[in-house]
Design a protein around this ligand. Structure first.
Ligand code: SF4
Length: 236
């Protein structure tokens, strides 16, 4: 039975209903199997800035083919690494950041693993990851949630847009602030946060797209601010 909830519902109520409804719509996902190992997640996400997923993958796998170990990636001349990463945007800057980040990781963990992050309090693990060059809030939360099952929430452009349109967060909230606000409204449980992230990400890619949201196909329509304030009135 559809929940009885309107656009006037509180952000907390909307957040929880969004989670439940999208769980049904897309199916609940299992967090136990990460999509890629943690170093792959970290470096690939560093490559993903302003780059399509296909091109990010091409860059990552070409680099690993040419330089199969992390010490080889670190030791290769910058112009060669840049050439290997050419399908990503800004390959030169990304090559510099990757080499610098690997050096810092090696100093902390000579076998290039980040398992020590699991032992740190979440805030400390976030701070450590974000002191790596080229690693921002989104990358740090992705690695900590996907690979180490820490209760953080990656807020990318899709999660952000859907949350704003539905009316969970305000129009002027920044992505970093959105992370804090959304976390306050969700249980601090990694499986819930993982499903919330993935489902809003898919929803933003497939239905609530930036250019033209397909509200007719959307199961969040009944309580979505954007639908009631803009689409239903034929404004946009
Ligand atoms: S009703 Fe429309 S605007 Fe609202 S979340 Fe769904 S697709 Fe996006």
């Amino acid at each position: 039975m559809a929940p009885d909830i309107s656009a006037a519902a509180s952000p907390v109520e909307k957040t929880w209903q969004t989670h439940l409804i999208l769980n049904d719509f897309y199916g609940e996902l299992d967090l136990r199997q990460p999509r890629r190992d943690h170093m792959h997640e970290l470096i690939s996400t560093m490559l993903s800035h302003r780059t399509t997923h296909a091109n990010e993958e091409k860059a990552y796998y070409r680099m690993r083919e040419r330089y199969p170990t992390w010490p080889e990636v670190m030791a290769t001349p910058l112009e060669d690494l840049t050439a290997a990463l050419e399908t990503a945007q800004y390959p030169g800057a990304k090559a510099i950041n990757i080499q610098k980040a690997l050096k810092i990781i090696q100093e902390k963990s000579p076998d290039f693993t980040l398992h020590f992050l699991k032992e740190l309090p979440v805030e400390e693990a976030m701070t450590w990851l974000m002191h790596l060059p080229g690693v921002g809030f989104k990358t740090a939360t992705l690695v900590l949630l996907f690979n180490f099952h820490q209760p953080v929430l990656p807020v990318d452009t899709h999660v952000f847009r859907v949350s704003q349109r539905v009316g969970i967060i305000g129009a002027k909230v920044t992505a970093q602030k959105a992370h804090t606000l959304l976390l306050e409204m969700l249980p601090r449980e990694a499986p819930v946060l993982f499903n919330f992230h993935k489902h809003l990400y898919w929803h933003g890619q497939r239905i609530c797209t930036w250019k033209l949201p397909n509200c007719e196909a959307c199961p969040l329509q009944m309580f979505c601010n954007y639908f009631h304030e803009v689409r239903e009135k034929g404004i946009g």
